[in-house]
Design a protein around this ligand. Structure first.
Ligand code: SF4
Length: 87
């Protein structure tokens, strides 16, 4: 990915990415997902609503699987990793 003529490494750790660039990177990733693997908008929103009220959500990360829930919820075949899945 190129931004302001500056190359951004696609394999950087989060600690190496400025917070505002990280958010942009997440949006670019989600927008670029293949439609075949992507959860549709309604399913995605329903999943995030469940995460929002879940005690395992901490700063966008699921404490059970360690995933950023916005990434996990975007993939159609993914499931909530809880013993009693919420989605
Ligand atoms: S346990 Fe399930 S509902 Fe809770 S934050 Fe993780 S993915 Fe979301």
């Amino acid at each position: 990915m190129e931004k302001n003529n500056q190359r951004i490494c696609k394999r950087c750790f989060l600690k190496d990415i400025a917070p505002e660039e990280y958010l942009e990177s997440m949006r670019t990733y989600l927008d670029g997902l293949d439609e075949e693997i992507k959860a549709d908008k309604q399913l995605y929103e329903e999943r995030l609503k469940e995460c929002e009220s879940c005690e395992n959500l901490r700063e966008g990360i699921c404490r059970i699987c360690g995933c950023f829930v916005e990434y996990r919820a975007a993939i159609k075949i993914r499931k909530c990793p809880a013993i009693h899945p919420r989605w």
